[in-house]
Design a binder for this molecule. Structure first.
Ligand code: HEM
Length: 159
C-alpha cells in the first residue's frame, strides 16, 4: 500500500509534468508546436523559392539595369521587380530568424555538447541571452559593413 501523502505527491508531480509537457508542445494561441514549425517551414520554403525565382528572372529575362528602360514584365519594370526581390529577402530573413529561434535549443545543444564538449548545458535563460547577444552582434556587424561600404564606394567623376 502506498501511503496517502506519497500518492498526493505523485499526483502533484504528474500534474506538473503534464503542464510542462503541454507548455513545450503548444503555444499560447493553442497551435501545436509541430504545426507552428510546419507553417513557418512551409512559408520559409515558399518565400525562399519566390525570391530565387525573382532573382534568376531579373538576371536572365531583363537586360542589365542600365539598358532596361522601357522593358516590363506583368506591367512592372526592372526597379519594381527589384523592390519585390528586396521585400521577399526581408520576409525570408524574418522567417529564417523565427525558424532559428524555434530550433535554438537544438543549436545550443549541438554547440555545447558536440563543439565545446561541455558536460553541463547552461540553463534556458542563459541560452536565450546568448541568442539575443549573437543576434545584436550580427546586426551591428552588418550595419558596420554597410557604413564601410558607404565610405569606400567609388563615385563617377563629376564633369
Ligand atoms: C528555405 C529555407 C529552409 C527551410 C525550408 C527549412 C526547413 C526545415 C525543416 C523542414 C526542418 C525540420 C522540421 C522542423 O523541425 O522544423 C528544419 C530543421 C532545422 N533547420 Fe531549417 N530550413 C530552412 C533554412 C534554415 C536556415 C537558414 C537555418 C539556420 C540559420 C536552419 C536551421 C535549422 C535547424 C537548426 C533545424 C533543426 C535541426 C534538427 O532538429 O535536426 N534552417 N528546417
Amino acid at each position: 500500500m502506498i501511503p496517502l501523502q506519497a500518492e498526493d505527491a505523485m499526483a502533484e508531480t504528474s500534474e506538473k509534468l503534464k503542464a510542462v509537457t503541454k507548455g513545450v508542445q503548444s503555444t499560447p494561441s493553442g497551435v501545436s508546436r509541430t504545426m507552428l514549425n510546419f507553417l513557418i517551414d512551409a512559408s520559409l520554403l515558399f518565400s525562399a523559392m519566390s525570391m530565387t525565382w525573382v532573382s534568376v528572372m531579373l538576371m536572365v529575362v531583363f537586360p542589365v539595369p542600365t539598358r532596361s528602360e522601357g522593358w516590363t514584365l506583368l506591367g512592372m519594370d526592372f526597379n519594381q521587380w527589384r523592390q519585390i526581390q528586396f521585400g521577399l529577402l526581408m520576409v525570408t530573413t524574418l522567417l529564417a530568424l523565427e525558424h532559428l529561434v524555434l530550433h535554438w535549443k537544438w543549436v545550443c545543444g549541438v554547440i555545447v555538447t558536440k563543439i565545446l564538449k561541455l558536460k553541463n548545458r547552461p540553463d534556458e535563460a542563459i541560452q536565450a541571452v546568448y541568442g539575443v547577444a549573437a543576434f545584436i552582434g550580427t546586426l551591428m556587424m552588418m550595419g558596420a559593413l554597410i557604413v564601410v561600404a558607404m565610405l569606400i564606394v567609388q563615385k563617377p567623376p563629376m564633369d
